[in-house]
Design a binder for this molecule. Structure first.
Ligand code: ZN
Length: 221
């Protein structure tokens, strides 16, 4: 039997609590910690006051490609790239940090979170396994989540080409509005093209809008 060190166990417990607070499903906790399922369920109940939801994790990549989820997924993955490229952060730590920044960004822009922590974690898995990647929008130069098997030569993102029905839900409208509201030119939420010039000017690279950039500077410092 492995002699799991007390420190590892403490660290895993702390990590599990953090993830539970962010809404992680039990499967995520099991995958990222060495704690037993019983232990995790007990911890979950203690932190949340209720039993975790049952059922499988969302598995399909399709969800990330639908309009509003795609905007949010792209935002998250841009933040995550920034974090992993510009700090020592990696693995679950980077996912946690990126998710907090995603939440802060939405809070600042008064938008509702579309990407749950479990979805964000799954998205990162899909990127690690190359089941999803990003393509550069030919309209705004932003980096957006796409399927690797599709053609992306003349890729146009969901913000440069908003589907007619997208504007009809209040939630979608609010999200779109707030993603555009920080003074950035319309349709340039996920800067990537400007990466080089941003880097030289001291502005964090590969990061969406000014608000998030400021947040990231503070947190990543
Ligand atoms: Zn675009």
């Amino acid at each position: 039997m492995s002699k799991k060190s007390l420190l590892t166990e403490m660290r895993d417990t702390q990590l599990a609590i953090e993830m539970i607070e962010l809404g992680a499903r039990p499967q995520v906790l099991e995958s990222e910690t060495t704690l037993s399922r019983e232990r995790l369920l007990k911890l979950y109940k203690e932190v949340k006051g209720v039993s975790p939801p049952k059922g499988m994790l969302p598995f399909s990549t399709d969800w990330f490609l639908t309009w509003l989820p795609n905007v949010h997924s792209s935002l998250f993955i841009n933040i995550h790239r920034y974090i992993t490229r510009n700090s020592d952060c990696s693995g679950i730590e980077a996912v946690l940090k990126s998710y907090r920044l995603y939440q802060e960004y939405l809070h600042t822009n008064q938008a509702e979170a579309v990407l749950s922590f479990t979805r964000a974690w799954t998205l990162n898995r899909f990127f690690e396994n190359r089941m999803l990647e990003t393509a550069v929008c030919s309209g705004c130069g932003g980096h957006f989540v796409v399927h690797p098997d599709d053609l992306h030569d003349q890729y146009v993102c969901g913000l440069c080409n908003v589907p007619a029905r997208a504007g009809k839900t209040r939630k979608a409208k609010a999200a779109e509005g707030s993603l555009r509201s920080s003074g950035a030119p319309t349709g340039v939420p996920l800067a990537g093209a400007a990466e080089g010039s941003r880097r030289s000017s001291g502005v964090p690279a590969g990061v969406p809008l000014a608000g998030a950039a400021a947040q990231i500077e503070l947190t990543a410092a």
